[in-house]
Design a protein around this ligand. Structure first.
Ligand code: ZN
Length: 273
């Protein structure tokens, strides 16, 4: 891939990085990422991935922009109230970087569409707001052998990790850590529990950095490490997480071999984002 003059200028601060260079930038332009949720995490994620020149960005979201979103979902603006989030996000991305192709999926991610959607992209970033979707994405990414960078936020706290259990030894999946969704109501949603808007920005930005590292193949992958951020005490903890041989998805005797178990599930439930 050769760059035109405006691209050389646009990506100059990437190209000058030894670990990125022209080769890495070309890789980013050639990459595709599916972002699930154009909300608190999806907003900074999409903005930074677009600015970085990730060539194709898919966005899955079936929601419309509402006033209570704007406290943290910084990709949307007041004049976008009432419009589908995928449309509003697409507009913002186009304004930032014309190099990026945006593919909008104005729908929920479901057991029926997950494999097709996920298989079409190089990597998935989960910014969803409920446990059912988180488990569905984990299972679908494992089955599709697609790397997943997953973040979650609530109140003043955030979590972040990367999952590529399909690579085998040493790589856990989300289910190795959190076996199954908690009972509805146990963990409040952001609507119930609240969220400091800037915490969404912090976690979404960290998530976008991990996405770029995975696409570029640089640095240490977060696979096998869970980052836990406590904004009130301003501390980060890195917790080592190991694959669980009894994991029903990636363990020695898997019982989840397709997405059938997700078919019965219906949307509304408790949320982390
Ligand atoms: Zn597992």
């Amino acid at each position: 891939m050769s760059f035109d003059e405006s691209q050389i200028e646009r990506y100059a601060r990437h190209i000058i990085l030894q670990e990125v260079g022209g080769h890495g930038q070309a890789k980013l332009l050639d990459s595709s990422v599916l972002v699930v949720g154009a909300g608190g995490l999806g907003s900074p994620l999409l903005l930074y991935l677009a600015a970085a020149g990730v060539g194709t960005l898919g966005i899955v979201d079936d929601d419309r922009v509402s006033l209570s979103n704007l406290q943290r979902q910084v990709i949307h603006t007041s004049d976008a109230l009432g419009t589908p989030k995928v449309e509003s996000a697409e507009r913002a991305i186009r304004a930032i970087n014309p190099d990026v192709t945006v593919i909008t999926h104005e729908e929920r991610l479901t057991a029926e569409n997950a494999m097709d959607l996920i298989s079409a992209y190089d990597l998935v970033a989960d910014g969803s707001d409920n446990f059912e979707t988180r488990f569905l994405i984990n299972d679908a990414c494992y089955l599709a052998r697609t790397t997943l960078v997953s973040a979650a936020i609530l109140r003043f706290d955030g979590q972040l990790s990367t999952f590529k259990a399909y690579e085998g030894e040493g790589h856990p999946c989300y289910r190795c850590i959190f076996r199954e969704p908690p009972p509805p109501g146990l963990i409040p949603s952001c609507a119930e529990g609240g969220i400091l808007g800037a915490v969404a920005g912090s976690m979404g930005s960290l998530q976008s950095t991990e996405v770029l590292k995975e696409l570029l193949g640089i640095g240490e992958s977060l696979s096998g490490t869970l980052i836990i951020y406590d904004a009130l005490s301003a501390t980060f903890r890195n917790v080592r997480v190991k694959p669980d041989p009894t994991c029903p998805l990636c363990g020695e005797n898997p019982t989840i071999t397709d997405l059938t178990m997700h078919l019965a599930e219906t949307g509304e439930s408790c949320a982390v984002t």
